[in-house]
Structure formats: structure tokens, C-alpha cells
Design a protein around this ligand. Structure first.
Ligand code: ADP
Length: 607
């Protein structure tokens, strides 16, 4: 029965040689992989942008060369036709350069923005298709950082490489060409200093990479603290944790500030290095230009001007090229993070030949189901039972017995390690997620509400439901009364996780969602927190309405629920130790009977 490892949607579109090749790349070849992926997707934009950049490089070299022509022409203004030719050429070259710069900037930005968008989508899809255990050991701020920052890093690397090679390198070659053409000996002298500069910069690169990784960690901590302050505002206030939170935040902010300063210091150190060398070199050029070297007469003023201009203009592309590695090293931290998320194996996937869950009476049968979280101890051991169609089964037993875990397996948030769960005779692992989940509604203890209106939160329960359906469901769940009293009724915006609603109100919204879902199987985790008696009565009434005729499995905390159940399963340490009707279990005088006497005291507790 199939829980075969699946190709992700991102991988399954593979149909040409690059994609097959990408698959075979080992992890440390991320850089090549990133370039190949971007090449595959955006080659035409990059070719066009590179074309424009070649034109920029040519125009830049020409403009340096023209400076010499201007000087020599102005020294001889009587030659009117030459003056005109030079004037028109200058205008054309600069306009040409402007247009080419514009074209390459637009094309590069489009390709870059598309890369960011695509990578973010891929990362989010990957994250969304992970099983819940993926989220168990990760703080949401980590994921937030990955999705928002790492795609940008990928983009900056590609931008830097494409413009580095197509624009800066060619521009540099053009300008150096002009330098050699005008003053070969001075050019050789200038080029001697380049290796010295590169050596200094290389030293700095290693440090930048280390600091960058630390800065990312600091940023993640800031996001984490803000998030925890926002979601845990009540606890923070109630336990007067403000001082600790401020300390944590201060630490994180200071850390990032320090790292940023250090990074800027390192990066900025590469600039004055080039500045000093440029200044010294130009000074020497001026001095050397007045004397003849190796018997060569000094050049014309025009040649010298052209040479100095080319030399100065080469500073910028040379500087960017020398920093290209910094940009790449820095970006690779993010790219590594991105691919780590994209390559996280999926533990819970839909079988390739998954079928729709068949219709039927909707009984749920567990045969020899065992489960453990990761490699830990079994939390469910060899469970076999049937939750009968249209009946209510109550799960009772001590905390930690595995009741919630059993629900998670029924919802297929995890797969059993052994055994199988069948609905209408079909193993749920062979059903499509969509059809399985459409069979099941879940009402939990804490109702997660999205930051949206009440109506939008309700309509999420069933795609295609109308607003009338939602209102009818809210009426059944006794939620309509309080929703109407909200400032904007059904259009009231619910803040992050519905903070202004009471426990009872949130529960009734959750029940309304379950009603709207119209699922034939209902999983109900009864609230343990005490509700006020009015809310309690409304919730109970609503639950009675929705459970009738539906296969209901309830984690029961109230005696009334246990009393009304058709069957009781007593779960302890991952095993069903007793099951039957309430009278069977009391008569058996076993564990349930003890719990019944002790916890419920034989009377309604309202817990
Ligand atoms: P109950 O709902 O009956 O209180 P649970 O199903 O919540 O029991 O827990 C059963 C056991 O599984 C407990 O020992 C609990 O510590 C463990 N457990 C629950 N969730 C996880 C998890 N995400 N990772 C590891 N262990 C877990």
C-alpha cells in the first residue's frame, strides 16, 4: 500500500536535459545549480540584458577614447569638419550608452524580480506540503527569514554575475584596451598595482562571510522576539516578562547593529584601498608623462587625457568586479538556506495512484496501529478498534495516553509506523488528501483563526459555500447571536488569532466551521477550560445538533459526553485497555470505573 516517496510538484515538471542534470548535482554545487536554474528560466532576458551590457561596455570605452579626441580637436579648432564630427559622435555615443544602460537595468530587474517571486513560491509550496513534524522543531521566524531573505540573496548573486561578466569585465577590457592603445608603458605600470589590491581584498572577504552568517542569526532572533511578544502578549503581561523581553530584544538588536557595523567596516575597507592607489597612480602618470620613457616621446595631451579618463573610468567596474566575490559569498549564505528548505525531504506525501475516498457509511477502522514521533518510544501501540458509522465514540483516559495523537493519525497529519486506518474500507494512505480531509471535520480546543473577517474565516471551511450557508451554520452553532453584536457583524476583522473573542465564542466559531464543512466524520477535542454556564449550554446544544447521525470521535472531558457516547475507548500509555458501552465498562469494574468514580465522582463536573 503506497506511501511511496513522491516527486514534488517543483521537481515533477522536469522534461529536459538541464533539469535531469540538476538532480544529479551534489549539495556543494549549489552555486552551479542556482546559475543553471536561472539560466533555464530566464536565458532570453539575460541574453538580451547581456547584449545591452556589451553595448554599454563599447560605449564606455569609446567615450574614454573620445576624451583624447576632444582635447586634440580643441587644440586645433580651425578644422571645422573634425570639430563637428567629434561633437556629433560624443552626443551619439552618450545617448547610445544611456539607452543601453536603461534597457539592461529594466531587463535585469525583471529577471531578478521573477527569480525572487519564483523561489519564494517554490519555498512556500515546499513548506506547505510538509507534514506537521516539519513545523514542530522550527520557529516560525526561521521560516519567515528563509522565505523573505534567501530568494533575494539568490537574485543578488545572479545579478552580480551577469553584470560582472557582461558589463564590468567587458568595460574593463575596453578601457584597458584604450589605455594600452594610448600609453602602453604607463598601462603596464598601472597594471602592476592591481594584484596588490586584489590580495588586500581577498583577505577581507573571508571575514565578511563569517559576519554575514552571524547577522542573519541576529535578524532571526529579532523577528522571533517580536513574534513571541505579539502572540504571547497575554503571558508576557501576566507574568510581567517585559524586562526579559526587552533584554532579549536589546541583545538581538545590538548584535545585529554590531555585525552590520563590522560588515560595513570590512566592505568599506576595500574602497579607500582602491582610492589611494588610484590617486597615487594618477599623480605618477602626470609626472611620468612629461618625460620620455625608454626613448619614447611623451604622448600628445589628447592621448594622455584619453589614457587618464580610461584609467579613472576603469575604477568603477574594477571595484565592482573585485567586490563580486563579497556579494557572492554573502549571497551564498542565503542560497544555502534556500536550497536546504527546497530540498527538505517530504515525509508525508500523496500516493502517485491516490484515489478519491469512496462514499459509504463512514465507519473508521484501525487495525494494529502503532506510532512513534521520530525515533522515540511508541506513543500508540497496536491499536485495533472500529469507530462505528453514525455513532459517537468517546476517548477517555489519562493525559499523555495518546488521544490527540490518534486524532492526528486520523487526519493523516502523520502516518502510522505499523498497521492501517481504513475509512469505508479504503486505507487512508491511498486516498487523496483532498478527499480524505473533505470527509473529516475537526473541532479542537484552540480554534485557529486567520487575520480576516469573521465571514472569511467561516467560508474557509468549505470551498464553494455561500454566505447564506455560513450564516445558517453560525445559527446552528449558536455563534450568530454574538457575531451580530460585533461592531461590523460578519465583516468584523479578526485580529491575529482572534484575540478579542472569548473562549466560548471561538469554540462556537469552530463548531460553525464544522457545520459548514458538512463532513460525515467529526473529530472533537472537547475543551478542558471551563466556560461560563451560558456559553457552555450553547456549545453543548450546538454539539448535540452536529453530532447526530455523524461518525463522531470525541476526546471527552465532560461526564455528559461520556454518558451520551455509544461507545467508550479507554486509552492509557498508547493502548486501548478497555472498550465498550458505559454500562459494560462500569460493570467490568476496571480502569474506566475507577476514573468514573474518581474524576467524575459519578456526577457532572462541567469540566
Ligand atoms: P493525550 O492527548 O492523550 O493527552 P497525546 O497524544 O497528546 O496524549 O500524547 C501522547 C504522547 O506523545 C505523550 O507522551 C506526548 O509527550 C507525546 N507527544 C505528543 N506530541 C508529540 C510531538 N509532537 N513530538 C513528540 N512527542 C509528542
Amino acid at each position: 500500500m503506497g506511501n511511496k516517496p513522491q516527486k514534488s510538484s517543483f521537481m515533477s515538471k522536469k522534461n529536459n536535459w538541464h533539469e535531469r542534470w540538476l538532480d544529479r548535482l551534489p549539495d556543494d554545487r549549489l552555486f552551479t545549480r542556482l546559475l543553471l536554474e536561472s539560466y533555464r528560466e530566464h536565458r532570453w532576458k539575460y541574453f538580451a540584458a547581456s547584449g545591452a551590457m556589451v553595448l554599454v561596455a563599447v560605449a564606455t570605452a569609446l567615450s574614454a577614447w573620445m576624451m583624447g579626441e576632444i582635447i586634440d580637436t580643441l587644440a586645433n579648432p580651425e578644422d571645422r569638419s573634425r570639430v563637428r564630427l567629434i561633437g556629433i559622435s560624443i552626443a551619439l555615443i552618450f545617448s547610445f550608452r544611456g539607452l543601453a544602460l536603461y534597457t539592461q537595468a529594466v531587463l535585469m530587474a525583471r529577471a531578478g524580480n521573477r527569480i525572487v517571486a519564483q523561489k519564494q513560491k517554490q519555498m512556500y509550496d515546499r513548506m506547505l506540503s510538509q507534514g506537521v513534524e516539519f513545523f514542530n522543531d522550527k520557529h516560525s521566524s526561521q521560516l519567515l527569514m528563509k522565505i523573505t531573505q534567501s530568494a533575494q540573496a539568490a537574485r543578488s548573486i545572479i545579478d552580480s554575475i551577469v553584470s560582472g561578466f557582461a558589463k564590468d569585465l567587458l568595460t574593463l577590457v575596453g578601457l584597458v584596451g584604450v589605455m594600452f592603445y594610448q600609453q602602453p608603458f604607463l598601462s603596464v605600470a598601472c597594471l602592476v598595482v592591481v594584484p596588490i589590491v586584489l590580495f588586500g581584498i581577498r583577505k577581507i572577504l573571508k571575514l565578511v562571510q563569517e559576519v554575514m552568517a552571524e547577522e542573519m542569526g541576529g535578524l532571526a532572533e529579532i523577528i522571533k522576539v517580536v513574534q513571541e511578544t505579539s502572540t504571547g502578549a497575554r503571558v508576557v503581561k501576566a507574568f510581567a516578562l517585559e524586562a526579559q523581553m526587552t533584554d532579549r530584544m536589546d541583545d538581538a538588536i545590538c548584535q545585529v547593529e554590531e555585525r552590520r557595523n563590522r560588515m560595513t567596516q570590512l566592505e568599506a575597507a576595500t574602497m579607500p584601498l582602491l582610492d589611494i592607489i588610484a590617486g597615487v597612480a594618477i599623480g605618477l602618470i602626470v609626472i611620468l608623462s612629461s618625460v620620455s620613457i625608454f626613448g619614447q616621446a611623451p604622448g600628445t595631451p589628447g592621448q594622455l587625457m584619453s589614457f587618464v579618463t580610461a584609467f579613472l573610468m576603469s575604477y568603477e567596474p574594477a571595484n565592482r568586479l573585485s567586490r563580486m566575490r563579497v556579494v557572492i559569498e554573502r549571497g551564498m549564505v542565503g542560497v544555502r538556506m534556500m536550497y536546504k528548505l527546497l530540498d527538505t525531504p517530504q515525509t508525508l506525501t500523496e500516493s502517485a495512484d491516490a484515489v478519491a475516498m469512496p462514499d459509504g457509511p463512514n465507519a473508521v477502522t484501525l487495525s494494529n496501529v502503532s506510532f512513534s514521533y521520530g525515533k522515540k518510544q511508541r506513543v500508540l501501540k497496536n491499536i485495533s478498534t472500529t469507530f462505528e458509522a453514525g455513532k459517537t465514540t468517546a476517548l477517555v483516559g489519562p493525559s499523555g495516553g495518546g488521544k490527540s495523537t490518534l486524532f492526528d493519525l486520523l487526519l493523516r497529519l502523520y502516518d502510522p509506523v505499523e498497521g492501517s486506518i481504513m475509512i469505508n474500507g479504503l486505507d487512508i494512505r491511498t486516498a487523496t488528501f483532498k478527499s480524505l480531509r473533505s470527509k473529516i471535520a475537526f473541532v479542537g480546543q484552540d480554534t485557529f483563526l486567520f487575520t480576516a473577517t469573521v465571514m472569511e474565516n467561516l467560508l474557509l471551511a468549505r470551498p464553494g459555500a455561500t454566505e447564506e450557508d455560513a450564516i445558517a451554520a453560525a445559527k446552528t452553532a449558536h455563534a450568530h447571536e454574538f457575531i451580530e453584536k460585533l461592531p461590523k457583524g460578519y465583516d468584523t476583522q479578526i485580529g491575529e488569532n482572534g484575540s478579542f473573542l472569548s473562549g466560548g465564542q471561538r469554540q462556537r466559531l469552530s463548531i460553525a466551521r464544522a457545520v459548514l464543512r458538512q463532513a460525515p466524520i467529526l473529530l472533537l477535542d472537547e475543551a478542558t477550560s471551563a466556560l461560563d454556564s451560558h456559553s457552555e449550554a450553547l456549545v453543548r446544544d450546538a454539539l448535540e445538533t452536529i453530532t447526530s447521525g455523524v461518525t463522531t470521535i470525541v476526546i471527552a472531558h465532560r461526564l455528559s459526553t461520556v454518558m451520551n457516547a455509544d461507545k467508550i475507548c479507554y486509552l492509557e500509555a498508547g493502548q486501548i485497555v478497555e472498550q465498550g458501552t458505559i454500562s459494560d465498562l462500569i460493570a467490568a469494574k476496571g480502569k474506566f470505573n475507577d476514573l468514573y468514580d474518581m474524576q467524575y465522582g459519578g456526577k457532572e463536573t462541567g469540566e
